[in-house]
Design a protein around this ligand. Structure first.
Ligand code: FES
Length: 780
């Protein structure tokens, strides 16, 4: 049999170990033979430990573990998506089989852990998940926020004046445990016992206890099982109490075949672990990561609106679930590697989260990363973590409390240790220290009452700001200033493409204005905008002209690109009117740099009021045509665009009447030939009296969602706990795109081309809706 590692360029390994997967022999490379998820390398840093695999041998067989190991983002997402071929049934199976003595101990307690939502196959899984989902929706979770805030504050109160704390022992374990107990409806008593039991459960299921430890672990797990049973019995006496378990008991009355006794007992135990341990570990990982990156820590202390995205980036960079398991139910292939039926898979989501193919600069910790929430720490599809939004809420509240009350906290010297296991990761202790005399609340007790709104659900990039400083202010033309901004920490700005803009917050006015970038995209340390003082302005441009000076600090959002330049076009015609030259100048510069045939047409009232003129002349020479109305020269669009050309794109920015004239002149051109800058749109504004409800089937998640007339598809998806990114929420940016598998779409965005609309394979969920049969199927 050929090597199973076809995608590996390094299959010429001198060591051809032989092993067996599902009874068939496979070749094993030397690195695969060494793979040990219980060793220190994996425990300290799973994505780093399997970097070689991600790069050279993305799917390999581990003889030590007896599992196939999968390491790349797309492969892992595809496995999560297909829970028929890749059954979750082994997700809670003991990764290290226990010996007869430990098994006898477990049996003596009547231990009978059975299927829960985590490891349930279809067709049993989805009806149960649907039936029990409601308490996890963002709407239902809001009621828990005051309790999480109160607990967090009380726990911080206990050590705020000590100057030193182990955050794991003193808050990050117990608060998520208490929240989990509240959420489940379990009384708070026996917390210490539950804590010990839940560690034992982790070791029992995902760890490698030594033979002499196995018996002790088995006793703890047996006790945990019995305690879970007793608590459940107590709940049965009063099932109308609040709590997810009571909710399950009530549902059992109407759906006894879906919510069975065996399920409830297993879920009672697994639920405590799932709801608390993952959040405790994720919070400890997040704090460790942030304190190891003092710039990021300082930024979220100064601007707490960055916290929701910082949480996503922490979950991506160092989440609490490193790997999950699946069982191949038929002969299949992953990344071209044949996988026999019966094979067990370890899917290393921590590795997927560091896959360069999906996350640019994947090892970089970037709290403004736009696609951080694509992380697979919560899994994906029909088995995605139901409690993900409760975890997000807790993490946001912890970070908010710490950044507000202990911004001067730093990591103490320590060696981090982890409970050895394949899946759940978090440091056992996290020692931090600070100078209590510097606690901000001593001087400003009012900070105790500040609140940052929690974002229950996936964050929007819309709210992410960054602080910059004005480095230069130059007169660019009559009534136009050119402003050069630099980042405060000297770090490069994110890459931007021609046509991008930034939102500038206008001091304390509450206004923000969008300005296109007109500098050089290759200068990563500066951003440039040009701002015209609008004659009638009482707002943004008047503020910029009056208040902006060298040294002023500003807050901006972006850069973001809604006005995209198609670099594959053979030819481009750029048309700018007045201050509309700003995005167009960046595009023309790019066309010049990459050798696209182009011409640049620039119109203005007088030369004195035309920004960037000298620079454009120097850069574009003959390709620049200037039209000055005071000199009696106007651009004749009808003549310019007389000859339609399928290989040419026309890009335009300027006054509305210029854009209208261009549209008319382009009427005989292919529909997508003219592209204009849009800053605002009303496309996502719904008028419920004119809209129709529709139904969405989600293929990957196995759900059916009704979208009412007064709700966008994006809002309906989020209400159902489905993560979809968004930015503009106006149909301009393309970030809320979802893949369409079936159904007719009423496209209302300004992103897709006509050809893309006709292909009917994607839609913008913030504004577009179903038409025709009013039923669509999405790959979500
Ligand atoms: Fe920007 Fe939908 S969020 S197009």
């Amino acid at each position: 049999m050929s090597s199973p590692t076809q995608s590996s360029p390094s299959t010429g390994c001198p060591v051809a170990h032989h092993a067996a997967s599902a009874g068939r022999p496979v070749h094993v490379s030397a690195r695969a033979a060494e793979f040990d998820p219980f060793g220190d390398g994996y425990q300290q840093d799973p994505p780093e430990y399997v970097r070689w695999a991600r790069e050279q041998e993305p799917v390999f067989y581990s003889p030590k573990l007896g599992y196939w190991v999968v390491t790349r983002y797309d492969d892992i997402k595809a496995i999560f998506r297909d829970n028929i071929t890749f059954s979750p049934s082994i997700a809670l199976e003991k990764i290290t089989p226990t010996g007869p003595e430990a098994n006898a101990v477990l049996e003596s307690y009547g231990y009978a852990m059975n299927r829960t939502l985590v490891n349930e196959d279809e067709p049993a899984h989805m009806p149960r998940r649907r039936l029990l989902m409601e308490p996890f929706t963002p709407e239902a979770l809001k009621q828990h926020e005051p309790m999480v805030r109160r607990l967090t504050r009380e726990y911080v109160d206990r050590f705020i004046n000590d100057g030193r704390a182990d955050l794991v022992d003193q808050i990050l374990w117990e608060v998520p445990l208490t929240v989990a107990l509240h959420f489940l409806g379990v009384p708070e008593e026996d917390m210490d016992l539950l804590r010990q039991y839940s560690i034992a459960h982790t070791v029992n299921t995902w760890g490698r206890p030594k033979p002499e430890e196995q018996v002790a672990v088995a006793h703890a797990v047996g006790n945990f099982w019995q305690l879970a049973g007793k608590i459940l019995e107590k709940m049965r006496q009063d099932p109308d109490q609040p709590g997810w378990m009571q909710y399950g008991l009530r549902k059992q009355k109407t759906h006894p075949d879906v919510v069975t006794d065996s399920y409830l007992h297993s879920m009672m135990m697994a639920g405590i672990v799932a709801a608390h341990e993952t959040t405790a570990n994720a919070s400890a990982n997040a704090m460790k990561l942030l304190l190891q990156h003092p710039d990021a820590w300082r930024e979220i202390c100064e601007d707490p609106s960055l916290i929701p995205n910082a949480v996503e980036e922490c979950l991506r960079h160092n989440g609490s679930v490193a790997a999950w398991r699946r069982l191949a139910t038929r002969d299949t292939e992953i990344a071209g590697v044949p996988i026999p039926a019966g094979s067990k898979l370890l899917i290393v989501s921590a590795s997927a989260n560091h896959d360069e193919r999906h996350f640019a600069d994947a090892d970089l910790f970037d709290i403004r990363r736009e696609n951080a929430s694509d992380q697979l720490t919560f899994g994906y599809g029909s088995h995605q973590c139901m409690g993900k939004n409760l975890a997000r809420m807790e993490m946001q509240i912890f970070l908010e409390e710490f950044t507000r009350r202990l911004p001067h906290m730093r990591l103490a010297d320590q060696v981090f240790t982890y409970v050895p296991n394949t899946s759940f990761r978090g440091p056992e202790h996290l020692w931090v220290e600070w100078d209590p005399s510097q606690n901000p609340e001593r001087a400003r007790p009012e900070i105790l009452h500040l609140r940052q709104p929690v974002r229950v659900g996936e964050p929007s990039t819309h709210a992410m700001t960054r602080s910059v400083e004005v480095e230069r202010v130059d007169a660019a033309a009559e009534g136009i200033v050119r402003i050069t901004l630099r980042s405060l920490d000297g770090k490069p700005f994110p890459r931007w493409t021609p046509g991008a803009h930034i939102d500038v917050e206008c001091g304390d006015t509450g206004l923000s204005r969008q300005y296109s970038l007109c500098g050089d995209p290759d200068d990563r340390h500066h951003l440039q905008i040009a701002v015209l003082r609008e004659p009638e302005s009482r707002g943004g441009s008047a503020w910029v002209h009056g208040a902006v000076q060298v040294g002023l600090r500003l807050r901006i959002r972006g850069p973001r690109t809604h006005f995209r330049f198609d670099e594959s076009a053979r030819r481009a015609i750029f048309v700018a009117g007045g201050i509309g030259i700003t995005p167009i100048s960046a595009m023309a510069r790019r066309a010049r740099d990459i050798g696209i045939d182009y011409e640049l047409h620039y119109s203005g009232r007088s030369r004195a009021c035309m920004a960037l003129l000298a620079e454009l002349q120097a850069l574009h020479g003959e390709r620049l045509r200037v039209y000055v109305s005071e000199e009696g020269v106007r651009n004749d669009f009808a003549a310019l665009l007389a000859q339609a050309d399928g290989d040419t794109q026309v890009y335009a920015c300027g006054p509305q009447r210029m854009l209208d004239a261009l549209k008319e002149a382009c009427a005989h051109w292919p529909e997508d030939a003219l592209r204009v800058e849009h800053f605002h749109s009303t496309l996502a504004t719904l008028d419920p009296t004119k809209e129709q409800p529709f139904v969405v089937e989600l293929k990957d998640s196995g759900m059916v969602i009704n979208v009412p007339a007064d709700q966008t598809l994006l809002a309906a998806l989020r209400a159902a706990n489905i993560d979809v990114q968004s930015d503009c929420e106006e149909g301009l940016c393309g970030s809320c795109e979802v893949a369409v598998l079936a159904g007719d779409i009423d496209h209302r965005d300004l992103v897709l081309t006509r050809a893309e609309r006709e292909a009917n394979t994607k839609m913008m969920s913030c504004c577009s809706r179903a038409c025709g049969q009013r039923k669509i199927v999405l790959a979500l």
